[in-house]
Write a protein that binds this ligand. Structure first.
Ligand code: GDP
Length: 300
Protein backbone atom coordinates (compact mmCIF):
# COMPACT_ATOMS: atom_id res chain seq x y z
CA UNK A 1 0.00 0.00 0.00
CA UNK A 2 2.92 2.32 0.66
CA UNK A 3 3.80 2.30 -3.03
CA UNK A 4 0.86 4.59 -3.77
CA UNK A 5 1.99 7.19 -1.23
CA UNK A 6 -0.19 8.63 1.47
CA UNK A 7 -3.64 10.05 1.01
CA UNK A 8 -2.31 13.50 1.81
CA UNK A 9 0.34 13.08 -0.93
CA UNK A 10 -2.22 11.94 -3.44
CA UNK A 11 -4.54 14.79 -2.70
CA UNK A 12 -1.71 17.26 -2.99
CA UNK A 13 -0.89 15.76 -6.37
CA UNK A 14 -4.53 15.89 -7.47
CA UNK A 15 -4.83 19.45 -6.26
CA UNK A 16 -1.62 20.70 -7.83
CA UNK A 17 -3.35 22.01 -10.92
CA UNK A 18 -6.57 22.86 -9.09
CA UNK A 19 -4.94 25.40 -6.81
CA UNK A 20 -4.70 27.99 -9.55
CA UNK A 21 -8.31 27.57 -10.54
CA UNK A 22 -9.85 28.66 -7.27
CA UNK A 23 -13.16 26.93 -7.73
CA UNK A 24 -13.62 23.17 -8.00
CA UNK A 25 -15.73 21.80 -10.85
CA UNK A 26 -17.67 18.54 -10.41
CA UNK A 27 -14.98 16.88 -12.56
CA UNK A 28 -12.26 18.18 -10.21
CA UNK A 29 -14.18 16.85 -7.22
CA UNK A 30 -14.68 13.46 -8.87
CA UNK A 31 -10.95 13.13 -9.48
CA UNK A 32 -10.31 13.92 -5.85
CA UNK A 33 -12.96 11.54 -4.63
CA UNK A 34 -11.40 8.78 -6.73
CA UNK A 35 -8.09 9.33 -4.93
CA UNK A 36 -9.79 9.24 -1.56
CA UNK A 37 -11.56 6.02 -2.50
CA UNK A 38 -8.31 4.36 -3.56
CA UNK A 39 -6.48 5.46 -0.46
CA UNK A 40 -9.22 4.18 1.85
CA UNK A 41 -9.32 0.82 0.08
CA UNK A 42 -5.54 0.60 0.45
CA UNK A 43 -5.97 1.28 4.15
CA UNK A 44 -8.33 -1.75 4.12
CA UNK A 45 -11.51 0.15 4.84
CA UNK A 46 -14.46 -2.04 3.82
CA UNK A 47 -16.00 -1.24 0.43
CA UNK A 48 -19.53 -0.26 1.58
CA UNK A 49 -17.98 2.07 4.14
CA UNK A 50 -15.75 3.62 1.49
CA UNK A 51 -18.78 4.20 -0.74
CA UNK A 52 -20.78 5.93 1.97
CA UNK A 53 -17.83 7.99 3.02
CA UNK A 54 -16.88 9.22 -0.44
CA UNK A 55 -20.51 10.04 -1.26
CA UNK A 56 -20.63 12.29 1.80
CA UNK A 57 -17.31 13.96 1.00
CA UNK A 58 -18.37 14.49 -2.61
CA UNK A 59 -21.58 16.20 -1.58
CA UNK A 60 -19.80 18.53 0.79
CA UNK A 61 -16.96 19.19 -1.66
CA UNK A 62 -19.47 20.41 -4.25
CA UNK A 63 -21.19 22.63 -1.72
CA UNK A 64 -20.80 26.27 -0.77
CA UNK A 65 -18.18 25.82 1.94
CA UNK A 66 -15.70 24.73 -0.71
CA UNK A 67 -16.62 27.12 -3.50
CA UNK A 68 -16.34 30.03 -1.06
CA UNK A 69 -13.05 28.84 0.42
CA UNK A 70 -9.85 30.72 -0.35
CA UNK A 71 -8.11 27.42 -0.88
CA UNK A 72 -10.65 24.82 -2.01
CA UNK A 73 -8.06 22.05 -1.97
CA UNK A 74 -7.26 22.59 1.68
CA UNK A 75 -10.95 22.82 2.40
CA UNK A 76 -11.53 19.37 0.89
CA UNK A 77 -8.72 17.87 2.98
CA UNK A 78 -10.34 19.46 6.00
CA UNK A 79 -13.70 17.92 5.07
CA UNK A 80 -12.11 14.48 4.69
CA UNK A 81 -10.52 14.85 8.09
CA UNK A 82 -13.74 16.04 9.73
CA UNK A 83 -15.76 13.20 8.26
CA UNK A 84 -13.17 10.63 9.37
CA UNK A 85 -13.19 11.98 12.91
CA UNK A 86 -17.00 12.04 12.95
CA UNK A 87 -17.28 8.37 11.95
CA UNK A 88 -14.58 7.42 14.43
CA UNK A 89 -16.71 8.81 17.23
CA UNK A 90 -15.84 12.50 17.39
CA UNK A 91 -14.90 12.97 21.01
CA UNK A 92 -12.91 10.38 22.87
CA UNK A 93 -15.20 8.08 24.87
CA UNK A 94 -14.23 6.80 28.31
CA UNK A 95 -15.11 3.58 30.09
CA UNK A 96 -18.46 3.81 31.92
CA UNK A 97 -18.43 2.86 35.58
CA UNK A 98 -21.44 1.52 37.50
CA UNK A 99 -23.03 3.74 40.15
CA UNK A 100 -23.08 0.72 42.43
CA UNK A 101 -19.88 -1.33 42.15
CA UNK A 102 -18.76 -3.71 40.91
CA UNK A 103 -18.52 -2.35 37.39
CA UNK A 104 -18.78 -5.40 35.14
CA UNK A 105 -16.81 -5.35 31.89
CA UNK A 106 -17.28 -8.28 29.54
CA UNK A 107 -14.90 -8.97 26.65
CA UNK A 108 -15.94 -10.60 23.38
CA UNK A 109 -14.19 -11.23 20.07
CA UNK A 110 -12.64 -13.84 17.82
CA UNK A 111 -9.96 -16.17 19.10
CA UNK A 112 -6.56 -14.53 18.83
CA UNK A 113 -8.01 -11.03 18.64
CA UNK A 114 -6.21 -10.08 21.85
CA UNK A 115 -8.90 -10.44 24.55
CA UNK A 116 -6.78 -12.12 27.21
CA UNK A 117 -3.87 -9.75 26.64
CA UNK A 118 -6.25 -6.78 26.85
CA UNK A 119 -7.81 -8.17 30.04
CA UNK A 120 -4.39 -7.97 31.70
CA UNK A 121 -3.70 -4.48 30.36
CA UNK A 122 -7.06 -3.19 31.49
CA UNK A 123 -6.62 -4.73 34.94
CA UNK A 124 -3.27 -2.99 35.22
CA UNK A 125 -4.74 0.34 34.11
CA UNK A 126 -7.64 0.05 36.55
CA UNK A 127 -5.28 -0.75 39.40
CA UNK A 128 -3.17 2.27 38.60
CA UNK A 129 -6.34 4.33 38.93
CA UNK A 130 -6.97 2.88 42.37
CA UNK A 131 -9.50 0.19 41.43
CA UNK A 132 -9.50 -3.40 42.67
CA UNK A 133 -10.23 -5.47 39.55
CA UNK A 134 -11.09 -9.15 39.45
CA UNK A 135 -10.46 -11.11 36.26
CA UNK A 136 -12.92 -13.89 35.51
CA UNK A 137 -11.71 -16.78 33.38
CA UNK A 138 -14.84 -17.66 31.39
CA UNK A 139 -12.92 -18.84 28.33
CA UNK A 140 -13.10 -22.56 28.95
CA UNK A 141 -12.92 -23.48 25.29
CA UNK A 142 -9.18 -23.49 24.78
CA UNK A 143 -7.34 -25.84 27.15
CA UNK A 144 -4.72 -23.23 27.97
CA UNK A 145 -6.91 -20.14 28.18
CA UNK A 146 -7.46 -20.16 31.97
CA UNK A 147 -3.77 -20.61 32.54
CA UNK A 148 -2.95 -17.82 30.12
CA UNK A 149 -5.30 -15.46 31.96
CA UNK A 150 -3.71 -16.44 35.26
CA UNK A 151 -0.26 -15.61 33.90
CA UNK A 152 -1.45 -12.25 32.58
CA UNK A 153 -3.21 -11.48 35.87
CA UNK A 154 -0.13 -12.32 37.88
CA UNK A 155 1.95 -9.96 35.78
CA UNK A 156 -0.70 -7.28 36.26
CA UNK A 157 -0.91 -8.06 39.97
CA UNK A 158 -4.66 -8.68 39.72
CA UNK A 159 -6.86 -11.38 41.25
CA UNK A 160 -8.45 -14.11 39.13
CA UNK A 161 -11.64 -16.08 39.53
CA UNK A 162 -11.30 -19.38 37.68
CA UNK A 163 -12.94 -22.80 37.86
CA UNK A 164 -11.04 -25.27 40.06
CA UNK A 165 -8.56 -27.30 38.00
CA UNK A 166 -9.69 -30.87 37.48
CA UNK A 167 -13.38 -29.98 37.55
CA UNK A 168 -13.82 -30.92 33.92
CA UNK A 169 -14.61 -28.39 31.21
CA UNK A 170 -17.00 -26.41 33.37
CA UNK A 171 -19.80 -24.09 32.39
CA UNK A 172 -18.52 -20.65 31.40
CA UNK A 173 -21.90 -19.01 32.01
CA UNK A 174 -21.97 -20.35 35.55
CA UNK A 175 -18.33 -19.37 36.14
CA UNK A 176 -19.05 -15.81 34.95
CA UNK A 177 -22.09 -15.48 37.20
CA UNK A 178 -20.34 -16.92 40.24
CA UNK A 179 -17.32 -14.73 39.54
CA UNK A 180 -19.41 -11.57 39.72
CA UNK A 181 -20.94 -12.76 43.01
CA UNK A 182 -17.46 -13.49 44.31
CA UNK A 183 -16.38 -9.95 43.35
CA UNK A 184 -19.27 -8.51 45.35
CA UNK A 185 -18.37 -10.56 48.42
CA UNK A 186 -14.69 -9.67 48.19
CA UNK A 187 -15.00 -5.95 47.52
CA UNK A 188 -13.67 -5.95 43.99
CA UNK A 189 -15.01 -2.74 42.46
CA UNK A 190 -14.39 -3.82 38.87
CA UNK A 191 -14.76 -7.15 37.08
CA UNK A 192 -13.32 -8.14 33.71
CA UNK A 193 -14.83 -11.25 32.13
CA UNK A 194 -12.68 -12.99 29.51
CA UNK A 195 -14.81 -15.09 27.15
CA UNK A 196 -14.08 -17.72 24.51
CA UNK A 197 -13.69 -16.91 20.84
CA UNK A 198 -13.30 -19.02 17.73
CA UNK A 199 -11.36 -18.39 14.57
CA UNK A 200 -14.59 -17.49 12.83
CA UNK A 201 -18.01 -16.37 14.00
CA UNK A 202 -19.72 -19.40 15.54
CA UNK A 203 -23.39 -19.67 16.56
CA UNK A 204 -22.77 -21.81 19.64
CA UNK A 205 -20.09 -19.55 21.06
CA UNK A 206 -22.13 -16.46 20.27
CA UNK A 207 -25.01 -17.93 22.27
CA UNK A 208 -22.62 -18.62 25.13
CA UNK A 209 -21.39 -15.03 25.06
CA UNK A 210 -24.94 -13.77 24.90
CA UNK A 211 -25.87 -15.97 27.91
CA UNK A 212 -22.89 -14.60 29.85
CA UNK A 213 -24.08 -11.09 29.02
CA UNK A 214 -27.60 -11.92 30.24
CA UNK A 215 -26.56 -13.40 33.59
CA UNK A 216 -23.88 -10.84 34.46
CA UNK A 217 -25.61 -7.60 33.24
CA UNK A 218 -22.34 -5.93 32.27
CA UNK A 219 -21.92 -2.15 32.32
CA UNK A 220 -19.67 -2.45 29.30
CA UNK A 221 -19.35 -5.17 26.68
CA UNK A 222 -16.11 -4.55 24.82
CA UNK A 223 -15.61 -6.10 21.41
CA UNK A 224 -11.91 -6.72 20.82
CA UNK A 225 -10.90 -6.69 17.18
CA UNK A 226 -7.53 -7.15 15.53
CA UNK A 227 -6.68 -4.03 13.49
CA UNK A 228 -5.15 -6.28 10.81
CA UNK A 229 -8.46 -8.01 10.05
CA UNK A 230 -9.03 -5.94 6.91
CA UNK A 231 -12.16 -6.47 4.84
CA UNK A 232 -13.56 -9.05 7.30
CA UNK A 233 -14.02 -6.30 9.89
CA UNK A 234 -17.55 -5.46 8.78
CA UNK A 235 -19.04 -8.96 8.92
CA UNK A 236 -17.28 -9.86 12.16
CA UNK A 237 -18.36 -6.64 13.85
CA UNK A 238 -21.95 -7.01 12.66
CA UNK A 239 -22.11 -10.60 13.93
CA UNK A 240 -20.84 -9.58 17.36
CA UNK A 241 -23.16 -6.60 17.50
CA UNK A 242 -26.11 -8.87 16.79
CA UNK A 243 -24.85 -11.57 19.14
CA UNK A 244 -23.77 -9.59 22.20
CA UNK A 245 -24.77 -5.99 21.44
CA UNK A 246 -21.40 -4.62 22.49
CA UNK A 247 -21.17 -1.12 23.96
CA UNK A 248 -17.62 -0.29 22.87
CA UNK A 249 -14.69 -1.48 20.80
CA UNK A 250 -11.05 -2.23 21.56
CA UNK A 251 -8.78 -2.10 18.54
CA UNK A 252 -5.82 -4.40 19.09
CA UNK A 253 -2.45 -4.84 17.37
CA UNK A 254 -2.29 -1.24 16.25
CA UNK A 255 1.47 -1.50 16.64
CA UNK A 256 1.51 -3.53 13.42
CA UNK A 257 1.47 -1.86 10.03
CA UNK A 258 -2.32 -1.80 9.71
CA UNK A 259 -3.32 1.66 8.59
CA UNK A 260 -6.47 1.59 10.66
CA UNK A 261 -9.08 0.81 8.05
CA UNK A 262 -10.72 -1.66 10.44
CA UNK A 263 -11.34 1.19 12.88
CA UNK A 264 -13.28 3.12 10.30
CA UNK A 265 -15.21 0.05 9.11
CA UNK A 266 -16.25 -1.07 12.59
CA UNK A 267 -17.17 2.39 13.84
CA UNK A 268 -19.10 3.10 10.68
CA UNK A 269 -21.20 -0.08 10.50
CA UNK A 270 -21.90 -0.46 14.22
CA UNK A 271 -22.02 3.15 15.42
CA UNK A 272 -20.24 2.00 18.58
CA UNK A 273 -17.31 4.00 19.95
CA UNK A 274 -13.75 2.70 19.96
CA UNK A 275 -12.54 3.14 23.52
CA UNK A 276 -9.04 1.67 23.62
CA UNK A 277 -6.16 1.05 21.26
CA UNK A 278 -3.95 -1.90 22.12
CA UNK A 279 -0.45 -1.34 20.81
CA UNK A 280 1.75 -4.27 21.73
CA UNK A 281 2.18 -7.48 23.71
CA UNK A 282 3.37 -5.73 26.87
CA UNK A 283 1.07 -4.88 29.78
CA UNK A 284 1.64 -1.17 29.36
CA UNK A 285 0.84 -1.11 25.65
CA UNK A 286 -2.64 0.33 25.95
CA UNK A 287 -3.91 3.78 25.05
CA UNK A 288 -7.24 5.53 25.06
CA UNK A 289 -8.48 5.73 21.47
CA UNK A 290 -8.19 9.17 19.90
CA UNK A 291 -10.45 9.62 16.85
CA UNK A 292 -8.41 12.57 15.58
CA UNK A 293 -5.12 10.65 15.73
CA UNK A 294 -6.67 7.70 13.93
CA UNK A 295 -8.01 10.04 11.25
CA UNK A 296 -4.45 11.32 10.68
CA UNK A 297 -3.14 7.76 10.57
CA UNK A 298 -5.64 6.89 7.87
CA UNK A 299 -4.92 10.13 5.99
CA UNK A 300 -1.15 9.69 6.22
P1 GDP B 1 -7.44 -14.00 22.63
O1 GDP B 1 -7.50 -15.36 21.99
O2 GDP B 1 -8.49 -13.08 22.05
O3 GDP B 1 -7.50 -14.04 24.12
O4 GDP B 1 -6.05 -13.34 22.19
P2 GDP B 1 -4.68 -13.24 23.01
O5 GDP B 1 -4.77 -12.18 24.03
O6 GDP B 1 -4.24 -14.59 23.43
O7 GDP B 1 -3.73 -12.66 21.86
C1 GDP B 1 -3.36 -13.44 20.73
C2 GDP B 1 -1.93 -13.08 20.31
O8 GDP B 1 -1.85 -11.71 19.93
C3 GDP B 1 -0.94 -13.26 21.44
O9 GDP B 1 0.25 -13.79 20.90
C4 GDP B 1 -0.69 -11.85 21.96
O10 GDP B 1 0.58 -11.68 22.51
C5 GDP B 1 -0.86 -11.04 20.69
N1 GDP B 1 -1.37 -9.67 20.97
C6 GDP B 1 -2.44 -9.29 21.68
N2 GDP B 1 -2.59 -7.95 21.66
C7 GDP B 1 -1.58 -7.46 20.90
C8 GDP B 1 -1.19 -6.14 20.48
O11 GDP B 1 -1.82 -5.11 20.79
N3 GDP B 1 -0.09 -6.05 19.68
C9 GDP B 1 0.63 -7.16 19.30
N4 GDP B 1 1.68 -6.98 18.53
N5 GDP B 1 0.27 -8.40 19.67
C10 GDP B 1 -0.80 -8.56 20.45
Amino acid sequence: MATFGTLSDRLTETFRNLRTKGKLSPADVDGTVREIRRALLDADVALPVVKDFTAKVRERALGDEVSRALNPAQQVVQIVNEELVAILGGEQRRLQFAKNPPTVIMLAGLQGSGKTTFAGKLARLLEKDGHTPLLIAADLQRPNAVNQLQVVAERAGAAVYAPEPGNGVGDPVKVAKEGVEYAKRHQHDTVIIDTAGRLGVDAELMKQASDIRRVTSPDEVLFVIDAMIGQDAVNTAKAFQEGVDFTGVVLSKLDGDARGGAALSVASVTGRPIIYASTGEGLEDLEPFHPDRMASRILD
